[in-house]
Design a protein around this ligand. Structure first.
Ligand SMILES: NC(=O)c1ccc[n+]([C@@H]2O[C@H](COP(=O)([O-])OP(=O)(O)OC[C@H]3O[C@@H](n4cnc5c(N)ncnc54)[C@H](O)[C@@H]3O)[C@@H](O)[C@H]2O)c1
Length: 375
């Protein structure tokens, strides 16, 4: 393994703070700097993790020549502008989802990556979750047979969330379901058609002028016989938090449990009923990682103050994906290869959601993904 160390700066220290101990232990990373606007909590986190370089001003951080790469974890509306600034300042970028909120912003990031030759990766958790890695392994070993269909959902009750969340059109935050359906076979979306369904409370509708409780999208894959179905809800729809992903093959299919915490269901063709379905636990894929960060895929990792690492308690737990994301980004930089998803792939995934909402507003009209999102 190379001994090169990438100097990483993390911007945004809510969710972002969860990645600090992982970068600190990655053999090719140096957890160099942290940035958030509030000095008091910046210092608290800096003291906890013993990080000396601290910035309250993102622009100042970008002037620091020692920073090789930024990992952006700020609120959604800031992702695109901050990614562009970093690329123009000569820094590699990892950014939490989504890449941007408009097609035009996605285009600018793809162009900036092309112009600078720098690396961009969208840090989509689901495509590094153990359940996804399990289905990917079955796919790559040929056990699923011919892939016939993919399906994913992301449902969450976001009542009471602040800032930009109230009334958010569900498809504006669709990467957790679009990412896996495209990611399994490394496919590209060619066009989408989305139906809105149901109606959210009037006080929520006004924020984005969007009434839909559920948005349900069909994605046609490019140069492929496949299509996928993804659906999302955020308000006024009763459902436990669930990020599901399912794949149907000619030989085997995998379905997500209806209740979180239950095992996946593996269906095998041509067995006699009732033997077709069997419950299976996803194995863990820590062995794919450098040894020092392997413990971060499962619970029981403690930081310096003996606090349990948050990634395993937040939301649906993100399937142990955080160390895989860090390793993909850092190893892509060290080995000078494209990460998954790279800028174009991230734009393709993100634009599916943005254009799906546009399609819903046009009664389900077919909308093509722009050329800049295609390889
Ligand atoms: N599964 C996932 O992929 C997943 C899970 C959780 C959160 N997220 C994403 O992570 C991001 C952050 O979520 P959160 O819940 O931590 O939000 P948050 O509001 O709790 O934290 C945002 C952080 O960004 C900092 N910040 C805001 N503007 C800044 C600026 N201009 N310069 C420097 N720092 C700035 C804030 O100080 C804060 O530390 C969101 O985009 C969210 O969608 C992704």
């Amino acid at each position: 393994m190379s001994s090169q160390k990438i100097n990483v700066a993390i911007i945004g220290l809510g969710f972002g703070a969860e990645f600090i101990p992982i970068y600190q232990r990655h053999p090719n990373a140096n957890m160099y700097a942290i940035c958030q606007r509030n000095r008091e909590s910046l210092d608290k986190i800096g003291d906890t993790y013993k990080i000396e370089k601290r910035y309250t001003d993102y622009d100042e951080l970008l002037k620091d020549p020692a920073v090789d790469a930024v990992h952006i974890n700020t609120p959604i509306p800031d992702h695109a502008a901050q990614s562009l600034k970093a690329l123009r300042a000569g820094k590699h970028v990892a950014c939490t989802v989504p890449m941007a909120t408009t097609v035009e912003e996605c285009r600018q990031i793809v162009e900036a990556v092309k112009e600078t030759g720098l690396t961009y990766m969208m840090m989509e958790t689901v495509v590094y979750a153990r359940e996804f890695l399990f289905m990917k392994e079955l796919y790559e070993k040929g056990e699923l047979g011919r892939i016939q269909f993919l399906k994913a959902s992301h449902q969450q009750d976001m009542d009471g969330w602040p800032n930009y969340w109230p009334g958010l059109p569900p498809m504006y935050y669709a990467t957790h379901c679009v990412g896996p359906v495209l990611g399994l076979t490394k496919a590209e979306a060619e066009y989408v058609s989305c139906f809105g369904s149901g109606t959210i409370r009037e006080e929520l509708q006004k924020h984005y002028n969007s009434p839909y409780a559920v948005e349900s999208t069909h994605i046609k894959f490019r140069n492929s016989d496949l299509s996928a179905h993804v659906y999302r809800s955020l308000f006024d729809t009763a459902r436990q938090y669930r990020e599901s992903f399912e794949v149907y093959g000619s030989d085997k299919s995998v379905e997500w449990p209806l209740i979180e915490g239950k095992p996946l269901v593996l269906h095998t063709a041509k067995k006699p009923e009732p033997e077709i379905p069997e419950e299976v636990e996803s194995p863990d894929y820590a062995h794919l990682l450098p040894e020092p960060i392997q413990p971060f895929t499962t619970g029981g990792v403690y930081d310096a103050d003996d606090h349990q690492h948050l990634s395993f308690t937040q939301g649906a737990g993100h399937g142990g994906s955080h160390p895989h994301l860090v390793h993909e980004f850092i190893s892509a930089l060290v080995n000078k290869r494209e990460p998954f998803p790279n800028a174009k792939q991230s734009a393709n995934i993100t634009c599916v959601g943005i254009l799906a909402h546009e399609s819903a507003q046009k009664g389900g009209a077919i909308i093509k993904l722009p050329d800049f999102t295609l390889a």
